[in-house]
Design a protein around this ligand. Structure first.
Ligand code: FAD
Length: 436
């Protein structure tokens, strides 16, 4: 036994803007009568919900409990920008082999996440503004960004992956801004309302899954059967799945390879037709930056989303967030009448030094999938599913692919960790330049 994970479990200054747009919901925060479960999943984000769903399908007579520190729709899974990203932004070599093989495996794994999510959304009629048609372009505003984007395009073309390139005029026509000089769009893509998606996934779980919200897990025991101590009660389980992401290092030393990096999102109020027209003539689009630390934007349901900025471990106050995001909005769309935001929020992504994720068996009965960083919706989803399959001994080529990928590299303890992370983030921020 180690840690008091509830001391580091997530808290945020403001609600997720996406959740604020949805009707109120009643959290499942009544303690279940039973204290003993076949499996407990810590965290009700995409990873935890996927792991619980798949395990329940494979073991229909076993009871599974998901324990979530916050309310569903207030964690990172509802704080993201809603891009379902299949292609890595900058393919690079990994431990599993040369760049091509490694990246193709990663794309295969993420694409399986997209296929599975699409099926779930269709089968359960999850209303989450699922959109596979709106343009979703990786954009470059600077020469360095354009070089990086063109490098990625060359790799994708070598792997016979479908994509469309855009010059500055074409992007200008699409988005209504002359800010960008180059862009490309992968054929496999989707955009969603992330809070609606995560809510929908939680509401359509098999009957043998129970959820307990607003209950942080504080400690777990080392061996099965696991004792899982929360702020409100202690539960027992034969299998334990750690899907609590950013601070999962508190549960086991081998998971302590992530740093929390806050990034920030904001949504404008509903814009009138005139203002929307200044954001291009089509009703919705999404752009992600060609370089890390750049700015993401979406025109979505009559609003503009801006996502950018970073801070290490500590969340900025909302006044700072609004002022940074307003500046970035104004820079790209100088002719707007207003730069007001109705909602602004932050979330701490789990970044690893080498960009790889932790996936697999930690000890007998203890499984974990954490560290999906800023492109985790699809990866978290499919990792959760594969983790459940791995736990029950279900083999597949996809699981073999996933198991062949590298894990996160070692990180020094604090304060060295914070110093190294801050220096690296500052360098990436400087390199991003006008992509911010
Ligand atoms: C502003 C922003 C924009 C982003 N945009 C995108 C995007 O467009 N596309 C994309 O793919 N990704 C994006 N991401 C990243 C994405 O949200 C994450 O990669 C994804 O949510 C990871 O899913 P997860 O289930 O592994 O972890 P999480 O979503 O973090 O879920 C973990 C859950 O565990 C809970 N938890 C933590 N500690 C405890 C504890 N002690 N006890 C119980 N529960 C606990 C948390 O409350 C949380 O709900 C973005 C992130 C941010 C912050």
């Amino acid at each position: 036994m180690r840690m008091q994970a509830c001391k580091v479990s997530p808290r945020h200054f403001t609600r997720s803007g996406w959740s604020s747009l949805l009707p109120p919901r009643a959290p499942h925060d009544q303690l279940p009568r039973e204290r003993r479960f076949y499996a407990i999943v810590i965290g009700a984000g995409y990873t935890g919900l996927a792991a619980a769903r798949r395990l329940a399908e494979l073991m229909p007579n076993r009871q599974i409990l998901i324990i979530e520190a916050l309310e569903i729709g207030e964690g990172l899974s509802a704080r993201n920008s809603g891009f379902l990203l299949v292609y890595p932004n900058a393919p690079k070599a990994g431990a599993s082999g040369p760049v091509d093989e490694d990246a193709i495996r990663k794309i295969r794994v993420a694409a399986a996440g997209l296929d599975w999510l699409r099926t779930l959304v269709a089968d359960y009629n999850i209303e989450c503004d699922w959109d596979e048609h709106a343009p979703r372009v990786t954009v470059a505003a600077t020469l360095a960004g354009e070089r990086a984007a063109r490098d990625s395009v060359r790799s994708f073309k070598n792997w016979n992956m479908d994509l469309q390139e855009y010059n500055a005029n074409e992007i200008g026509g699409l988005l209504g801004t002359g800010y960008y000089r180059y862009g490309y769009q992968p054929s496999a893509r989707a955009l969603v309302q992330p809070a609606a998606l995560v809510r929908g996934l939680s509401e359509t779980l098999p009957h043998n899954v129970a959820i307990l919200e607003n209950t942080p897990v504080c400690e777990i025991s080392s061996n099965a059967p696991f004792s899982v101590q929360t702020t409100r009660a202690t539960f027992m389980a034969d299998y334990l799945f750690v899907a609590s992401n950013t601070h999962a290092g508190a549960f086991h030393p081998s998971l302590d390879r992530m740093v929390p990096v806050f990034t920030y999102g904001a949504l404008t109020p509903q814009l009138d037709a005139d203002e929307l027209g200044r954001l291009g003539s089509i009703p919705s689009w999404g752009v992600v930056p060609a370089l890390a630390m750049g700015t993401t934007m979406r025109k979505v349901n009559g609003r503009l989303l801006v996502r950018s900025g970073w801070s290490y471990a500590k969340e900025f106050n909302v006044v700072n967030v609004r002022s940074v995001l307003t500046m970035l909005f104004r820079r790209r769309f100088p002719a707007m009448r207003s730069y007001e935001f109705e909602h602004a929020w932050g979330g701490a992504i789990a970044s690893t030094y080498n960009g790889e994720f932790y996936f697999g068996k930690v000890r007998p009965g203890l499984y974990a999938s954490v560290g999906c960083a800023g492109a985790g919706v699809l990866r978290a989803t499919i990792h959760g599913k594969l983790l459940a399959e791995m736990a029950v001994g279900f083999q597949s080529p996809l699981l073999t692919d996933r198991l062949s990928l590298a894990g996160p590299s070692w990180l020094p303890p604090e304060p060295l960790r914070g110093m190294a992370a801050t220096a690296k983030l500052a360098w990436l921020d400087w390199r991003a330049g006008g992509e911010r």
